[in-house]
Design a protein around this ligand. Structure first.
Ligand code: 9D3
Length: 249
């Protein structure tokens, strides 16, 4: 997969290409990340890529032409067609479902806004989709772009080790994860649940599933409404509810 980023701070997003799962995906040739700075395509002595907002008021807006030239350069660099995704507070909230769909594309062009954002005419003509990463205020689209890059990188074939296997992740089955423990088994802050040390793999799988269901019920009941639960899931959850009625965790 190839990801191109249009950003006034392209090094910012390229950072994530140096670490962890994303870094490994880049090293393995599963993912290429390329930055394009509209400022490099701006005109005049000052190479301005932003200007004052029409109608007055504080804040600057990213100009059409420098962005258009940067986008043209990105498209010229590789013939693979790609949708333009604008990371913006007005976008649809990112979900793992959308991440899976985007990760399957051969190429993605990410547009990162700064200041008040991008001239709306550029959005209307060149942007295929607007995506937000949640209802809180950031100072630009670079961190959201890095979030999207991370999420799609780890879904590339061969990006994860067996131990990191994406299939068992929280959200892949629509549930939160179960609790995890490591050594020591006994600690002044508590014991590791006996079932996890029992060696009974069926009992362990049941316990983990029940904990995942139960925590989702306690913490994210909204997810439970969407999760496809089997008959045995319902039984495990009912049992959890009976054991945990009145508790909050
Ligand atoms: C304080 C400026 N706000 C005026 C009402 C609007 C505004 C403009 C630009 C708010 C944030 C931003 C910069 N944010 C992003 O570019 C952004 C973002 C975010 O802030 N939260 C969640 N997802 C995203 S995706 C892009």
């Amino acid at each position: 997969m190839r990801i191109d980023m249009l950003s006034l701070f392209p090094e910012f997003v390229a950072q994530c290409a140096g670490f962890g799962v994303v870094g490994r995906a880049v090293e393995r040739g599963l993912l290429g990340i390329h930055g394009w700075n509209p400022r490099d395509y701006a005109q005049g002595n000052y190479r301005r890529a932003d200007d004052k907002t029409f109608g007055g008021g504080p804040g600057m807006v990213m100009m059409i032409e420098p962005l258009r030239a940067a986008l043209d350069a990105a498209r010229l660099a590789d013939a693979t067609p790609a949708p333009v995704v604008y990371l913006s507070p007005q976008g649809r909230p990112l979900t793992q479902k959308r991440v899976r769909e985007l990760a399957a594309l051969p190429r993605l062009i990410l547009l990162c806004g700064r200041y008040e954002g991008v001239d709306e005419r550029f959005v209307a003509h060149e942007v295929d989709e607007e995506i937000s990463i949640g209802d809180y205020v950031l100072s630009g689209g670079e961190l959201p772009a890095a979030v999207l890059v991370d999420a799609v990188a780890r879904l590339q074939d061969g990006a994860l080790n067996d131990a990191e296997s994406a299939a068992q992740d929280s959200f892949e089955d629509g549930l939160l994860d179960c609790p995890h423990y490591t050594h020591p088994a006994s600690h002044e802050w508590g014991e590791v649940p006996a079932v996890l040390r029992s060696g009974d793999h069926a009992a362990i799988a049941r316990w983990r599933r029940q904990q995942a269901l139960g925590r989702t019920w306690l913490r994210r009941p909204d997810l439970l409404d969407e999760a496809p639960l089997s008959k045995s899931d319902r039984k495990l959850l009912d049992e959890f509810k009976a054991q945990n009625s009145g508790s909050a965790s």
